[in-house]
Design a binder for this molecule. Sequence first.
Ligand SMILES: Nc1ncnc2c1ncn2[C@@H]1O[C@H](COP(=O)(O)OP(=O)(O)O)[C@@H](O)[C@H]1O
Ligand SMILES: [Mg+2]
Length: 291
Amino acid sequence: MGSLLEIKNLTIRFGSKVAVDDLSLRIGQAQVLGLVGESGSGKSVTALAVLRLLDAARVEGAIRFDGTNLLALGPEAMRKLRGRDIAMIFQEPMTALNPVMCVGEQIAEAVRAHNPGRSRSEVRDSVLQAMESVAIPDPARRYRDYPHQFSGGQRQRIMIAMAIANRPRLLIADEPTTALDVTVQKQILELLADLRERFGLTMLFISHDLAVVSQVADRVAVMRHGLLLEEGPREAVFHKPVHSYTKALMGAVPTMSTDIARPLAVVEKARESAVLPLRECSPGHWVRSTA
Ligand SMILES: Nc1ncnc2c1ncn2[C@@H]1O[C@H](COP(=O)(O)OP(=O)(O)O)[C@@H](O)[C@H]1O
Ligand SMILES: [Mg+2]
């Protein structure tokens, strides 16, 4: 199966600091790749590089979307693609939403930006449809409500509605459930799984939490300090992790959000293995050697 997104030898530098180091990843059509790693490992900058939203960084390598190298696209072509073919949702819906604009109009803006020819009523229909597909009850009545009138989970649904309103082919979700409590988190993960089925969405799903990632991803990639350490099918990475860092992430699962530093400190010595190449330890399961 062809890859919809192919990241090849991506290196991202902020001044002399290397935030992402020679990263290669692919996501097949209608597949979900989970990208996991502790804070600062380079997950978000990778996502932002795909959308070409990193002004301050030096970005090298190639990012091919359906065969087109996004890093070689002009600003106008990129602007058209962003939000239409590739959409993104972020961790904190309250900061991404405009607090003084009703949610229906915010989704409508996203629709209009890429469909200037649509009439008012067509735009409104698209908005209501998007709100319906993320299971906001009674969308016609909620259209005029403001973000603060929704719960945290519902606000994340609104963000997702905005992201999928133009039926993107690739959805990038950066810590989409991290700010939510556990029950709501589960509902949002179910919603994303459901949308993926219905719309054949391809997804890059980013989280610091391996347990969350393993609920939605077909393949899992583990990063640390800008380096890809392990990548493979969900079952293999989750149940038979090979890299000591992935094992530490596994061990950290129950306490991940409360105490991230302690279990990870144990594998600090693994850092010096970082420059060794990736090897295929079982079919499709890659790991950076620690020997
Ligand atoms: N605008 C920026 N300027 C300088 N350094 C940055 C900038 N954005 C991110 N970084 C650095 O890049 C590294 C990776 O950051 P990030 O991708 O946000 O990590 P993650 O999302 O995995 O927590 C971090 O060391 C961070 O400090
Ligand atoms: Mg991040």
